[in-house]
Design a protein around this ligand. Structure first.
Ligand code: ADP
Ligand code: ADP
Length: 227
């Protein structure tokens, strides 16, 4: 479903990704880990076309992300992205945050979009908060809304960039639980995280990055069994 082939990328003179290759099959859960600054975040931004690549190829569901003919906004709309800092629209309620893109980009009617939002809020345990504003929610609650918002676009895959790193410890599990349920439902997921317990329990594969290179790409069991 997602193929990364020999991808390299620099910011100016700084090489950030060097010859990275990996592939994620439909329904597969891949955790990406490695030290800060190793290129994890850049790699997933390249996968949904938020950042251009200098060399190599990224193919998502048969479409090459870097092709000039590729409709990037359309492709990006099919990949759900969840960031470290939830990035909800502060002036909109929870429901408005979730329904905005489906109404604007997928031309859903408001009624359809609200119905779907309610279902998704139920799924992330936030159905009692539909009319709240983000500022009145905890970090964990905001992140669960951000996940619901991404799911509202009916994505073919979900990318998570350190989704629990900005959370207080007691909120981390409520977000990881939602992600675990999503994984069990068969969603294709790439998750950048330092939560090795989550990786061990949920990931099919672990990719380890260091200084812009993928230095290991192993089935989860092998990754954790190493000396
Ligand atoms: P990680 O997610 O593993 O912490 P990043 O992908 O965020 O790593 O960053 C990899 C390297 O690229 C770091 O050295 C970072 O400072 C640099 N970098 C990231 N984004 C930019 C940018 N927009 N411009 C210049 N350098 C960047
Ligand atoms: P993350 O690893 O989660 O991306 P960072 O703090 O590394 O978090 O980056 C936050 C933002 O700043 C990102 O959008 C990244 O592209 C940008 N960034 C990171 N390093 C640099 C840099 N050296 N120069 C310019 N932008 C950067």
């Amino acid at each position: 479903m997602i193929t990364v082939e020999n991808v390299s990328k620099s910011y100016g003179a700084t090489r950030v990704l060097t010859d990275c290759s990996t592939a994620v099959a439909r329904g597969e859960i891949v955790v990406v880990c490695g030290p800060s600054g190793s290129g994890k975040s850049t790699l997933i931004k390249c996968i949904n076309g938020l950042e251009p690549i200098d060399a190599g190829r990224i193919v998502v569901d048969g479409t090459s992300v870097a092709d000039r003919e590729t409709n990037l906004p359309k492709l990006r709309a099919r990949i759900g992205m969840v960031f470290q800092t939830f990035e909800l629209y502060p002036h909109m309620t929870v429901t408005e945050n979730i329904t905005l893109a489906p109404i604007k980009a997928l031309k859903r009617t408001r009624a359809e979009a609200v119905k779907r939002a309610n279902t998704l809020l139920e799924r992330v345990g936030m159905h009692d908060y539909a009319d709240r504003y983000p500022a009145n929610l905890s970090g964990g609650q905001q992140q669960r809304v951000a996940i619901a918002r991404a799911l509202a676009m009916d994505p073919i895959a979900m990318l998570f960039d350190e989704p629990t790193s900005a959370l207080d410890p007691e909120m981390i599990n409520e977000v990881l639980d939602v992600m675990t349920a999503l994984a069990q439902d068969g969603m294709t997921m790439i998750v950048v995280t330092h939560e090795m317990g989550f990786a061990r329990r949920v990931a099919d594969r672990v990719v380890f990055m260091d200084q812009g290179r993928i230095v290991e790409d192993s089935p989860t069991q092998n990754f954790f069994e190493q000396p």
